[in-house]
Design a protein around this ligand. Structure first.
Ligand code: SAH
Length: 326
């Protein structure tokens, strides 16, 4: 059977997230340090204040994994911003039954949804960390002056003729298109433009779209063949931040960033929060916390390839962590 790459990726990832423990194959920022969720909780509290402190307010997360980010965030805001904590109603968008159960164990008072379009109307703050990269992409190859689209058949690539993208490109060019990510961004942008609020996407990819394949499979923390044994490895692709920003602007949202994650988290006070957490700890544990903060912000680690992109209702001021509205 021959299937288009996006359909292959969608069914492989649905099986993967339903049956596997993804965190055996990769780790994410909230799993690296609790300071990540805590500074994002402060970000939400400040943004909620600029929204005029709506009560109730939807506090949503897309693809919450083990629920660690939301649990750290809620713990932080209960202490630092009790007014916001009291107003927030937690809504989680998750398709994997297995991960929903893991999330329910740490965030009992949440409501689950299958897709972002089903979030309840009303003012909203939304977070999504490493969510868009798991959504399916299509790939187009330019060969002999024509476009081919990549398909998968029995674990091998099959490239079939297609009208392809309208843009001209030299032979050998590979372009990616992630419609599913754009659909999510559009739905979230429509929501915050209609009802107020802000959404923060943290993910990896270049600030400006680049040609070339970014499809990647990870199994046991190591790169694997993306076509072999579908559902056994995490399949991801780079997020096209400029296309996401254009989609949000077309919906009428204000767009901030993309900003490098290292710059963004440093501006939010990741290192100050880390120092506070390290106080009084044995030196080895304090060092571990500092190294975790370095891992999220260092250029060679997650600080530069990972980006923060924020969309807001156009009446909101620039949110914390961003330097210039684009
Ligand atoms: N945000 C978490 C987990 C990232 S892994 C963290 O930072 O640790 C990707 C998450 O998105 C998982 O929870 C996965 O089950 C979920 N997911 C993937 N595709 C999805 C889809 N199409 N709809 C809803 N959730 C999805």
């Amino acid at each position: 059977m021959t299937v288009r790459l996006d359909r292959f990726m969608a069914s492989a990832n649905t099986a993967y997230y339903a049956n596997r423990d993804p965190f055996a194959d990769f780790t994410t920022a909230p799993e690296i340090t609790q300071a990540f969720g805590e500074v994002l909780g402060a970000w939400c509290a400040v943004t909620w204040d600029t929204m005029g402190r709506p009560d109730p307010v939807t506090l949503a997360e897309l693809g919450p994994g083990r629920g660690t980010l939301m649990a750290d965030l809620l713990r932080g805001i209960r202490r630092a911003a009790p007014g916001f904590a009291g107003s927030a109603r937690v809504h989680l968008v998750e398709t994997s039954p297995r991960l929903r159960a893991a999330q329910a164990a740490v965030i009992p008072a949440a409501t689950w949804h299958d897709q972002a379009e089903h979030l309840p109307p009303g003012p909203m703050l939304l977070l999504a960390n490493e969510f868009l990269d798991a959504l399916p992409i299509r790939q187009f190859l330019r060969r002999d002056g024509h476009w081919l689209e990549r398909h998968v058949a029995d674990g091998a690539w099959v490239d079939l003729p297609t009208p392809g993208p309208a843009q001209p490109a030299p032979d050998g060019t590979l372009l990616e298109h992630g419609q599913a990510a754009l659909d999510v961004v559009r739905a979230v942008a429509d929501h915050v433009v209609a009802d107020g609020g802000a959404a923060l996407f943290l993910d990896y990819g270049p600030a400006v779209s680049e040609p070339g394949s970014s499809l990647q499979a990870l199994r046991g923390g190591r790169p694997a063949d993306p076509l072999a044994d579908p559902g056994s490895a995490d399949l991801t692709a780079h997020v096209d931040f400029s296309a996401c920003a254009d989609e949000a602007r077309a919906a009428g949202a204000a767009v901030h960033g993309p900003e490098a994650q290292g710059v963004f988290l440093t501006r939010l006070g990741l290192f100050q929060r880390t120092s506070r957490l390290a106080q009084g700890l044995p030196p080895a544990r304090a060092l571990g916390l500092m190294q975790a903060a370095e891992r999220l912000t260092g250029h060679a680690w997650m600080g530069r390839l990972f980006k923060a992109l924020c969309l807001t209702h156009p009446a909101l001021p620039q949110p914390p962590g961003f330097a210039d509205a684009c």
